[in-house]
Write a protein that binds this ligand. Structure first.
Ligand SMILES: [Zn+2]
Length: 296
């Protein structure tokens, strides 16, 4: 069965542990083809795509989850956004020849910013933490360990064609206190089994086979796979909002020097052009109906 570009949730029938396996292929290709990324940067983006989709499935939100790493290293920024429908978009900024391989050398001194967009301007949650860890998976685990009680372990593997990941998480249980030692032992056993997964198994084996290979002693309930895809949320309307925020004076000043004002979406490379008539309409209250964007 082809389970690429899917997120697969599973639960241990008799244990307070849940998990997910995500496999990315076309979505990875789409995102990494938008810019000419050096292989190391592309892999980093792939890792973050996996981490963001895994995490999106564990938290409740209406709009999107955004995970961003920023620092003073050769890769100054890498960001991935995942919506509730598992639509992913992402990009990275880098400079020079990238010879470094490890995450701390690539990003340098930096921080992790996790934003939960609830779909309204209020209640937007943002968590900021120092970057700690040798990989995206470790950085996220360290962040979770500090910010919440749920024990979570992530495994992420990428090659230039596919990216895959697995997450295991201890589910809070009201019996937790009474049976704490027992549950800790159980979690430890499952976590150790998880750690035996090899990168190529995670990348190449079908989800069912991975679960059988790791947890054949346990009863696992595997849910229907959910599709994951690349999709950018940019639109001509959103670009209008950006120009409107820039202000009438600024936009007019650009248009006094050239025919049109153009805005590029960095996530998907779509190009939006506005001429004088379009621009004037932005600053009147009624927007004309949306027209398809042109691609350059
Ligand atoms: Zn876009």
């Amino acid at each position: 069965m082809d389970d690429h570009d899917t997120l697969n949730r599973f639960e241990f029938e008799h244990l307070p542990i849940r998990g997910e396996i995500v496999k990315l292929e076309a979505s990875l290709r789409e995102i990494s083809s938008r810019h000419e990324y050096p292989p190391v940067v592309q892999n980093l983006l792939g890792e973050l795509m996996v981490a963001t989709s895994l995490l999106s499935a564990t938290i409740k939100f209406e709009e999107s989850l955004i995970i961003q790493l920023q620092g003073d290293g050769p890769v100054s920024m890498v960001v991935v956004e995942c919506t509730r429908q598992f639509a992913l978009r992402g990009l990275a900024h880098w400079s020079g020849d990238i010879t470094q391989k490890k995450l701390p050398e690539l990003i340098g001194e930096g921080r992790l910013v996790i934003t939960v967009d609830p779909g309204s301007k209020t209640n937007r949650y943002q968590g900021i933490a120092q970057l700690e860890g040798d990989s995206i998976a470790e950085v996220i685990e360290n962040y979770l360990a500090r910010s919440e009680q749920l024990r979570t372990h992530l495994w992420i593997a990428v090659n230039n064609l596919t990216a895959a990941g697995m997450l295991l998480q201890k589910i809070p249980d009201e019996n937790d206190i009474e049976f704490e030692d027992e549950i800790d032992d159980t979690w430890e056993r499952v976590e150790i089994l998880g750690t035996t997964i090899k990168n190529d198994e995670l990348l190449e084996l079908p989800v069912k086979k991975i679960l059988r290979r790791l947890f054949h002693q346990d009863d696992i309930r595997l849910y229907e796979p959910e599709p994951v895809s690349f999709r950018c949320s940019c639109s001509r309307d959103r670009v209008r909002e950006v120009l409107r925020a820039l202000g009438h004076k600024e936009v007019s000043s650009i248009l006094s020097e050239r025919e049109t004002v153009g805005v590029n979406c960095e996530f998907c490379n779509l190009h939006y052009e506005f001429d004088r008539v379009d621009a004037e309409q932005i600053f009147t209250s009624d927007f004309p109906p949306d027209v398809p964007a042109t691609r350059h």
